[in-house]
Design a protein around this ligand. Structure first.
Ligand SMILES: Cc1cc2nc3c(=O)[nH]c(=O)nc-3n(C[C@H](O)[C@H](O)[C@H](O)COP(=O)(O)O)c2cc1C
Length: 353
């Protein structure tokens, strides 16, 4: 099937008018952005990582008061809990010492992640068009319950093994996340993430040749050229994150917005310094310090996130803040989100025809 036909079939299936999904960005997916994208014919989203069950319900109520458009709600699949080894504790201590070099620590962080099981129940209750997972798969019973409620499951994958496992487990579409992507990498096995560096040009045809479910390309797409390329390579739609970070509806802090303006691809880097999981962000001096050979390996997720949160409470260093950014950051504009995705689709369609 040709790219435009695939896009059309995908849009018809999920109630969209154009094949662009807002990325579910934890911390950067307010109702205003999701409603703007959904109203323009795309799919709005919420990255619900930090939301309790009640917060999920309230957020969706607010979204529905604003838009009738399709919605994706996203959670991070937690790793199996394990007890810290002596090596883990040493890593934590080393990371703490290194962070201390940037300034005094604030009060101990009470940060805790909401219950994943309760989040999952809330997602079923509010019945969005799509529930999506990153960094792992849902249990078979939960997938059955999603499908029984008429909710589709989109699974993020960074390798074909992950994508096939998701497809066999019942995923209705695969979000193919390539290495250009801003924010966290969805690789299932946390320790493998650095090794999985696949660009979009290789990832999408590789998936398209082996999967039967639709593919949503994610990573570095910021305008009609990227959308046209993704559809041509075998995707049915794209998911964009960084390209929407400068939109007024996103409410991104001014220092982060300024950092994205004209940011070159090589001025981003992947790091574990903020959370313990690998993610792409603007390469600030702070991040570069964490990348130096003398720097310790950050602690694992979520210990590193807790440590960083506590260290921030004692510091006002803007450079130390996480300015997530994909390699296509310079393509992001400060236009309203509806305009951004409408133009993206118009330009892509003109290129493909
Ligand atoms: C600020 C930010 C936060 C993100 N948070 C999440 C998240 O919570 N869940 C998720 O599945 N993906 C998350 N992502 C990754 C996106 O889903 C997507 O893979 C990525 O944005 C695509 O690359 P791009 O940023 O170059 O468009 C995030 C991305 C960004 C930029």
């Amino acid at each position: 099937m040709a790219g435009l036909d695939r896009a059309k079939a995908f849009c018809n299936q999920f109630g969209m008018r154009l094949p662009v999904l807002q990325a579910p960005m934890a911390g950067s997916s307010p109702v205003d952005l999701a409603a703007a994208v959904a109203d323009a014919g795309g799919m709005g989203a919420r990255g619900a990582l930090m939301d309790t069950a009640n917060e999920v319900i309230q957020w969706v109520d607010r979204f529905r008061a604003r838009s009738n458009g399709p919605l994706q709600l996203n959670v991070w699949v937690p790793e199996q809990p394990r007890t810290n080894t002596a090596e883990d504790l040493q890593r934590l201590a080393d990371a703490r010492t290194f962070l201390g070099g940037f300034g005094p620590f604030g009060e101990a962080s009470a940060m805790s992640l909401p219950s994943f099981e309760e989040q999952c129940e809330a997602l079923l209750l509010v019945r969005p068009a799509v529930v999506s997972s990153i960094m792992g798969l849902f249990e078979p019973t939960y997938v059955r319950r999603l499908h029984d409620s008429g909710i589709a499951w989109f699974a993020c994958a960074t390798t074909l093994d992950e994508a096939v496992a998701a497809q066999e487990a019942g995923a209705d579409a695969i979000v193919a996340q390539s290495m250009e992507a801003g924010g966290h990498r969805g690789t299932f096995a946390q320790d493998d993430a650095e090794r999985i560096e696949i660009g979009m040009l290789a990832l999408i045809p590789w998936f398209a040749d082996h999967l039967r479910v639709p593919i949503i390309a994610a990573g570095g797409i910021g305008d009609g050229r990227g959308l046209a390329a993704a559809l041509t390579l075998g995707a049915s739609a794209v998911q964009v994150g960084t390209a929407l970070l400068r939109c007024p509806e996103t409410g991104t802090p001014a220092d982060w917005v300024a950092r994205l303006d004209g940011l070159a691809p090589e001025a981003t880097m992947t790091t574990r310094a903020y959370t313990g999981r690998l993610a792409r962000a603007a390469a600030t001096a702070y991040l570069q310090a964490w990348g130096e050979p003398i720097a310790p390996r950050p602690a694992s997720f979520p210990d590193q996130l807790r440590l960083v949160t506590q260290s921030r409470r004692g510091s006002s260093d803007v450079d130390a803040l996480n300015h997530w950014a994909g390699q296509g950051a310079a393509l992001a504009t400060d236009k309203p989100a509806g305009e951004v995705i409408t133009k993206m689709w118009r330009d892509a369609a003109a290129l493909i025809r």
